[in-house]
Design a protein around this ligand. Structure first.
Ligand code: HDE
Length: 666
């Protein structure tokens, strides 16, 4: 299936699998590409060698600056379909016509790490979507966390400097577990709410496919009559929201640094297309001041109980990129890319973002013509009087390149609003010029407490563990103390426990937020749970009965569960292929394990895989044959998710679908 964007990209695609003579960039066919031109076989190389110089110069310039944040990312193509006409709220055409599919490109990312960093670090994740609409590109440049660390864009460089590796030794890579971040946290307590999220399970998503996405800011929807509604955007994954556990995330960072991209790539490659529903929280203008927080404050959520999320469409990612550099690395997103019917609020963080994203591309993509790069180009025509610049690909024919010209009948012309021209929302502003924060932005702790109130017991335990790990990694005692003191303003018990674990004083003052509200939507305990695309490692030996193993894997496949056969060596088992070994994989890379056979005594990596699955609360199936071996490990028979498997996997699958068995006693 090809959509308009695919066709446009195909026009720029070179199929390097086809036979073709090797040429220079000038089209000269070369007879030799292995040796430089030399004076004699053992002699010095000659400057005349234009082929060598061209090849080496190109290679020397193959890298571009990585993104200052969100450097480590992975993308895919797809489409968006609308469930219902939203013209009541917005005139954006892609949100009015349910018969149309809008091509999209999505890039997921971690924030702090550099381009080659592991993917399972604790961090927020970027979730940036470009809709190629008939009215121009609309970018929803969001994260997997609905709030942000700061309230004003001018603090972004400070925030980023605090969480990036410390400048004197470039340690640590891709993480906030160090002094400068926790110093920022304590000195800038508006970061408290988002930090609760990053320390929760949301900071270590299992897969891009199992993350929610959020536009974070309040935006506006504008209809044909010019009426405005405030809106927050959500992406809801149809596979549910699932996370790793911290010990597992750390192991995967070593075992498979590409864990998340591989998962996305393989799912799309197999045709298991990931899907998200687009949700809107819509608020009439007159309700702007109805809440005990300011709706312009990006450190606040609109509780879903107060403003329900309406699911209005579905996005499906159905095509991997052909070339990661050309597409995923060169794509650029900007929250300033809107279409008529979508507009900005006065959120001071959003306002600053409207500048930063284009600015950064001038360096990263090398000049002002980055919109002409195929992945960035709109699918609708675009024309204006901008000219020249580095990497200009268009040949502008004609004399004029200025607006208000008579020579060319003042083309290109502007478009009246009624015919689809964009004009900003007609908002009345009357104010003094100030550098200040609104008083309505000052409560930094109530929603952090609401988040805590909303977590289930295991989620809360993970959060406490994460704070203890991260603050515990700080070297400066006063930084630890200040961080704990700030936590005390959220919740006394949390501050006490963390203080104890990191060696700080338990704060004496009772300053904790008195917020009692909880919001069910903030917990992931009752998320969607499906067997589809879960993965199982089936442990076998050379002596396994191929018929029995075949029947197991057939049952897994029939339930849409992915599996790999794992043994001490790669081999054939009847008609089955054992592709993985205990050298190449580990239980952390799967949702569950099924120990169909094992050799006594258990080899250390086998035992380690079984015990890791156990302490990561995963489903462990074992056959009668290996029952006695299981007791040689830390696994306790009869605990939740520890399943004795017979001829079929019914019971095993009923457990697997739960994904984690938090009630298991370790
Ligand atoms: Fe970004 N952000 N950001 N950000 N952001 C960038 O743009 C910035 C913020 C987000 O996959 C940069 O092209 C400022 C919030 C994503 O290419 C940069 C501020 C949210 C991505 C930039 C913010 C985001 C970026 C780096 C505060 C969630 C990756 C390279 C005012 C709603 C997009 C680039 C991709 C990338 C600036 C805050 C999400 C430097 C100044 C809030 C998903 O321009």
């Amino acid at each position: 299936m090809t959509n308009e964007k695919d066709k446009q990209l195909q026009a720029h695609t070179v199929d390097v699998t086809q036979p073709a003579p090797l040429t220079t960039n000038q089209g000269l066919k070369m007879a030799e590409d292995e040796f430089t031109l030399k004076a004699g076989e053992r002699g010095p190389s000659l400057l005349e060698d234009f082929h060598f110089r061209e090849k080496m110069t190109h290679f020397d310039h193959e890298r571009i600056p990585e993104r200052i944040v969100h450097a480590r990312g992975f993308g895919a193509h797809g489409e968006f379909e609308l469930y219902e006409d939203l013209s009541k709220y917005t005139k954006a055409k892609f949100l009015n016509d349910t018969s149309k599919k809008t091509p999209v490109f999505v890039r997921f990312s971690t924030v702090a790490g550099s381009k080659g960093s592991p993917e399972t670090v604790r961090d927020a994740r970027g979730f940036a979507t470009k809709f190629y609409t008939e009215e121009g590109n609309y970018d929803l440049v969001g994260n997997n966390i609905p709030v942000f660390f700061i309230q004003d864009a001018i603090k972004f460089p400070d925030l980023v400097h605090s969480f990036k590796p410390e400048p004197h030794n470039e340690i640590p890579q891709a993480g906030t577990a160090h002094d400068t971040f926790w110093d920022f946290f304590a000195q800038n307590p508006e970061s408290t709410h988002m930090t609760m999220w990053t320390m929760s399970d949301r900071g270590i998503p299992k897969s891009f496919r199992t993350m929610e996405g959020f536009g974070v800011h309040t935006f506006r929807l504008i209809n044909k009559e010019g009426q405005s509604h405030f809106v927050k955007f959500h992406w809801k994954p149809l596979l549910g929201t699932h996370s790793l556990v911290w010990d597992e995330a750390q192991i995967i960072a070593g075992k498979n640094i590409d864990f998340n991209r591989e998962d996305l790539y393989e799912a799309i490659d197999k045709g298991d297309y990931p899907e998200w529903e687009l949700g809107l929280q819509i608020l009439p203008e007159e309700d702007e001041f109805k809440f005990d927080f300011d709706i312009l404050d990006p450190t606040k959520v609109w509780p879903e109980e107060d403003v329900p999320v309406q699911r209005i469409g579905k996005m499906t990612l159905n095509r991997n990129v052909d070339n990661v550099f050309a597409e995923t690395e060169q794509v650029m997103f900007s929250p300033a890319h809107v279409v008529p019917g979508i507009d900005f609020s006065n959120d001071p963080l959003l306002q600053g973002r409207l500048f930063s994203y284009t600015d950064t591309q001038l360096l990263r993509l090398g000049g002002p013509n980055f919109h002409q790069i195929p992945i960035n180009a709109p699918i609708c025509p675009f024309a204006n009087n901008q000219r020249d610049g580095l990497h200009q690909h268009q040949i502008h024919k004609g004399m004029t390149s200025y607006h208000n010209n008579a020579i060319n009948n003042n083309e290109p012309h502007t478009t009246p609003v009624e015919e689809g021209g964009f004009e900003p929302y007609y908002e009345r502003i009357e104010a003094h010029k100030v550098r200040a924060r609104s008083e309505s932005f000052l409560d930094h702790w109530s929603q952090a407490k609401m988040f805590l109130n909303s977590l289930s017991a295991p989620e809360r335990q993970h959060l406490t563990d994460a704070f203890s790990f991260e603050i515990g990694k700080c070297k400066l005692d006063f930084v630890k103390q200040n961080a704990v003191n700030n936590l005390n303003k959220v919740d006394r018990k949390l501050a006490e426990e963390v203080a104890l674990r990191v060696g700080a004083e338990v704060p004496t003052a009772d300053e904790e937020s008195k917020e009692t509200q909880a919001s069910k939507a903030l917990s992931t305990l009752d998320t969607v749970k499906k067997l589809d695309t879960l993965s199982v490692a089936v442990f076998v030996t050379a002596d396994s009965d191929p018929k029995q193993i075949e029947s197991y894997v057939k049952e897994l496949a029939a339930n849409k569960v992915n599996y790999k056969l794992v043994s001490d060596r790669a081999m054939k088992l009847g008609d089955l292929k054992v592709t993985e070994t205990f050298d190449t994989v580990h239980s952390t890379l799967f949702d569950g394990i099924l120990v169909a056979d094992a050799v006594e005594p258990l080899m250390p990596p086998v035992k380690d895989s079984i015990e890791a699955a156990n302490r990561h609360y995963k489903t462990i199936g074992y056959t009668q044959k290996v029952g006695s071996l299981i007791t040689q490990t830390a696994v306790k028979e009869g605990q939740p998710g520890i399943v004795l498997v017979g001829a079929d996997l019914k019971d095993y699958l009923n457990n697997l679908v739960e994904q984690r068995h938090w009630a298991r006693k370790l």
